[in-house]
Design a protein around this ligand. Structure first.
Ligand code: SER
Length: 606
């Protein structure tokens, strides 16, 4: 059975039981201040779990690509064993105040045994042992027993294992967070696999929650029925929900009867590409974990890039950078002869084929992603040798040297920490932070001379991007037509993103033309002039405005070029460079569709 079939069987099974399939949420959350990425299927459903009616009803199902590479959900350093992944697919079904344990547990078991053909004898389950005033989950115990699971395979665990909320245990939950007891199902690959070294349970026998790899958790039914109140206690929600999530990769491994998720068809073609480049079979390699890390990180990076993330030093882009850089280092350590550029390109292309027509389009995404990776890999590769040499010759690396590596070679702190940890060394993070702040202060002072009117809370680079956005807007209108209007914009110190009205994908030629026009305006070193004038007058003069109604009656207008012969003129409250020459090269890196009639462009300064 292929993984695509597993996914389909799951969705069909729940659709047959009255569930409506909902599309997966985007991976990148730009307007959620609490987190960078979607990390579970329930995340976009929180208001409905709290009682708001969902437009599609009370029974929902989907498959949600989920990221676990950030914040509280950071599994990046766990990857390398048989099951941890930074991006995985979560099969989910939800009851929004509709059915509860009595239906959920038998259904899931029926799906596992009848649809996936797993034997009941290979399954174990865990349930909640109770905590403070939340009772022990005897109801689930009875249900599992009635379903034919042997009593000695139904195990009670505490809040650390069998309670779920986005923030962790009941005590860790903030006010208004929802959570509840869980029941998990584990697939047992057989006793002989266990090595038990890492078992946190100090038992001589292996347990479902043992870390040895014998058991895989293949499903988690959360009985989402509590909310944390201001006084710190848990109160029943107005409705009892089920929030189920199970990893597709793990279910596929159970179907394969091999505990290595990297042996499933969701990974093995990636592993094979790596093996070919390294020149050694995965199964024969003593370095399996490096193969796994590279495969996982390239797949995750491809997911992020397809979702519009480009490598940068902040937020989403930084996670992508970390993934790529770790993969580069692991590749280098496996075989220093490998050029990661073509290998990563192949891995990105292969990932889009694994998910072709599901989350990706192999015809177009592979190429775009390959390009994005190429730039990043080439940049980092040059530093890698130098950086590794420094690290390898040192017994000890102090915070200052770590910062220099970070600053001059682009080594992420986490990577330096990881490499030093292999030598039993720790980096003093506080000292590192101090070095970082010292450096920031220095570059701020250096930057001040260049820009009139101070930095206005933005970095030099962001200010350049701001002016580059005006150039882009005008160039798009010149090349595509005056129907082009800004529909959104977002800038950080690593890229600009610009949304605009236009019905079709830009051709390569159009992109080139736009890029050339911007860069020729940079070369002309046009003046950027700020004037205060009544809004009406500015609009009459042809100044562009994103949301004219949002600007005050007296407003500032930025003109690029001469006042009586402007190249671009826009109402704008931001900070700009004083002439375009300082912007440097502008490169359009990616385009995509936002919605019908609206396109998005990402551009970088070089
Ligand atoms: N929200 C639960 C989890 O992430 C089940 O979907 O495991």
């Amino acid at each position: 059975m292929t993984s695509n079939e597993v996914r389909k069987k799951y969705i069909d099974f729940f659709v047959k039981r009255g569930h409506v399939e909902i599309p997966p949420a985007p991976l990148v959350l730009e307007n959620d201040p609490t987190t960078l990425f979607t990390s579970s299927g329930m995340q976009p459903l929180v208001p409905y779990l709290m009682g708001e009616p969902h437009p599609k009803g009370k029974r929902l199902v989907n498959s949600q690509p989920s990221v676990r590479a950030h914040g509280k959900n950071d599994d990046m350093l766990e990857v390398g064993d048989n099951r941890h992944l930074t991006v995985f697919e979560m099969l989910g079904n939800w009851s929004l105040g509709d059915y509860f344990k009595e239906e959920q547990l038998p259904w899931f078991l029926e799906y596992l045994t009848k649809q996936l053909g797993l034997s009941r004898a290979s399954l174990w389950v865990s349930i909640f042992e109770g905590y403070k005033n939340i009772p022990k989950d005897i109801v689930s115990f009875e249900i599992w027993k009635k379903l034919g699971i042997a009593e000695n395979r139904i195990l009670y665990y505490d809040v650390k294992k069998n309670w779920w909320s986005r923030s962790g245990t009941p005590d860790e939950m903030p006010t208004n967070e929802i959570g509840g007891p869980t029941s998990e199902v584990f697939f047992d690959f057989g006793e002989n696999l266990g090595i038990h070294e890492k078992s946190p349970f100090k038992v001589d026998k292996c347990h479902p929650n043992c870390d040895c790899g014998r058991f895989l958790e293949i499903g988690n039914s959360v009985f989402m029925q509590y909310i944390k109140t201001k006084d710190g206690s848990l109160k029943e929600l107005p409705q009892k929900n089920v929030d189920f999530g199970g990893g597709l990769e793990r279910q596929a491994a159970a179907v394969n009867n091999d505990p290595d998720t990297f042996k499933t068809d969701l990974f093995f073609s990636l592993i094979s590409i790596i093996a070919k480049n390294v020149g050694e079979d995965y199964d024969k390699s003593g370095n399996k974990n490096a193969y796994r890390i590279i495969a996982d990180h390239l797949k995750a990076s491809t997911f992020l890039a397809v979702n519009g993330v480009v490598p940068s030093n902040k937020e989403h882009g930084y996670i992508l950078r970390r993934l790529l850089r770790r993969a580069i280092v692991k590749t280098h350590l496996l075989n220093s002869e490998i050029d990661p550029v073509p290998m990563f390109w192949q891995l990105a292309q292969e990932t889009t084929e694994i998910y072709d027509d599901v989350y990706m389009d192999s015809k177009k995404d592979g190429k775009i992603v390959g390009e994005i990776f190429k730039d990043e890999v080439e940049k980092f590769n040059r530093s890698l040798d130098r950086g590794l040499k420094i690290i390898n010759t040192k017994e000890k690396i102090g915070a200052k040297e770590a910062f220099d590596l970070y600053q001059s070679q682009g080594f992420p702190l986490e990577l330096i920490e990881e490499l030093m940890a292999e030598k039993g060394q720790k980096i003093d993070k506080e000292e590192f932070k101090k070095e970082f702040e010292k450096h920031q202060e220095k570059s701020r002072t250096a930057g001040r001379g260049m820009f009139k009117g101070g930095l206005g809370g933005h970095s030099e680079t962001e200010i350049k991007y701001h002016t580059a956005t005006h150039l882009l807007h005008q160039a798009l209108r010149d090349v595509l037509g005056d129907h082009v209007h800004q529909a959104g914009s977002n800038i950080n110190s690593d890229r600009l993103r610009f949304d605009f009205t236009h019905p079709t994908k830009l051709t390569e030629e159009e992109i080139k033309k736009v890029e050339n026009e911007i860069n020729s305006k940079v070369d002309e070193d046009l003046k950027v002039i700020r004037e205060e004038m009544p809004k009406e007058e500015a609009l009459k003069k042809g100044a562009l405005a994103f949301f004219p109604e949002r600007y005050p009656d007296m407003t500032s207008v930025y003109t690029i070029g001469e006042v009586d012969k402007p190249y671009s003129m826009e109402l704008c409250g931001g900070s700009h460079v004083t002439s375009t020459g300082v912007i440097g090269r502008v490169r359009i890196k990616k385009q995509e569709s936002v919605s019908s009639g609206v396109r998005r462009i990402y551009a970088l300064l070089e």
